[in-house]
Design a protein around this ligand. Structure first.
Ligand code: DGY
Length: 331
């Protein structure tokens, strides 16, 4: 290697399909080492550990578990982990903090896209869009129109409960106003000033589950929320309730959800996230007509993904030049 390349800091990038512009931006300044995920598939832990040593920055996604082992393997050069996600449950924050490594993430820029997709799930589930489409393909559309065929519950006049009233939950609430729902309840550790502006009321989880026609989960995954939506919680919901999750699959006990959908404990569910991801194509949830499952596409608009990638790159540069990162998560 020549002197110039030896003096450049190394950035390790965990996949080769991140938007090119953001990678080129980094390549102007750094020695960028990219895992060829197109050729070799998603990076394994073993390959991650063998490729990361000497990196000053890591450009990753929520697929990449950044744990103690990764931090150790990277060594003392590592200054910043920058993830193309707002969720950071795949990152061991304590391990980073212990070594003074900064964490960049992508809040705000994906709020609207994720809220839009949450609304799409709500409508797809309540108005049975996939089931109805499937019925055509299966030859079940036999009368041009039938009074009660493919009916579902209306959003207008309904009570919607949003668990996790951060950026995304609040945006969902704002968008719901256009549908003239009658009440918006939210569950949150603290009362949020935005609640008043939006006209949403903070309630206990118990009340939220009992009162809501639609239960929407937009919280972060933490020790407090892992497995929270279990058998007991589904039993507390109305039998006509529709459950929507666009946060992380692990907040749900999936077997309990499956049972609740099969037994009629609740009416339907719409999931953009689940465990595991990808969900095997023969998974029992996929066989249920009252469950809409999407492959974790909440933030998937072209615009959002470009801005997210851009932010990941900018977070890296800022951290490595000791500047204020545009989106740093305080550890
Ligand atoms: C996130 O950002 O955490 C989403 O899950 C993917 O955009």
């Amino acid at each position: 290697a020549n002197y110039a390349s030896m003096s450049k800091l190394k950035i390790f990038v965990t996949r080769s399909d991140f938007p090119k512009k953001s990678i080129s931006f980094l390549e102007e300044k750094y020695d960028v080492d990219i895992w060829d995920s197109i050729k070799n598939g998603d990076i394994s832990k073993k390959d991650f550990l063998s490729r990361v040593p000497g990196a000053s920055g890591i450009f990753c996604s929520l697929n990449d578990k950044v744990d103690k082992d990764v931090v150790e393997a990277a060594g003392p050069s590592l200054k910043v982990v920058s993830t193309m996600s707002v969720g950071v449950d795949h990152v061991d924050r304590e391990a980073l903090k212990a070594k003074g490594i900064r964490l960049g993430y992508t809040p705000d820029v994906l709020t609207e896209a994720t809220a839009e997709l949450t609304l799409a799930l709500l409508l797809a589930t309540s108005r049975r869009l996939f089931e109805a489409n499937r019925a055509i393909k299966d030859g079940e559309w036999t009368s041009p129109w039938a009074p009660l065929w493919m009916c579902g519950p209306a959003l207008k006049g309904s009570t919607v409960g949003i668990f996790g009233f951060g950026r995304i939950g609040q945006s969902v609430a704002r968008k719901l106003k256009a549908f003239e729902v009658s009440r918006i309840l939210y569950g949150s550790a603290q009362e949020k000033p935005e609640g008043k502006q939006i006209g949403a009321v903070q309630v206990s989880l118990e009340e939220l589950l009992r009162e809501s026609d639609f239960v929407i989960v937009t919280c972060a995954l933490s020790d407090r929320t892992r497995g929270l939506f279990n058998k007991e919680k589904f039993a507390q919901m109305k039998s006509t309730a529709i459950f929507i999750n666009s946060s992380r699959g692990a907040v749900v006990n999936q077997e309990a959800l499956h049972d609740a959908l099969v037994s009629g404990t609740i009416r339907a569910a719409g999931l953009d996230v689940m465990t595991p991801e990808p969900l095997p194509k023969d998974h029992p949830l996929l066989g249920l007509s009252n469950c809409v499952v999407l492959p974790h596409i909440g933030s998937a608009t072209y615009q959002t993904r470009m801005v997210m990638a851009d932010l990941v790159a900018k977070n890296i540069v800022a951290a490595l030049t000791n500047e204020k990162m545009p989106a740093e998560l305080a550890l």
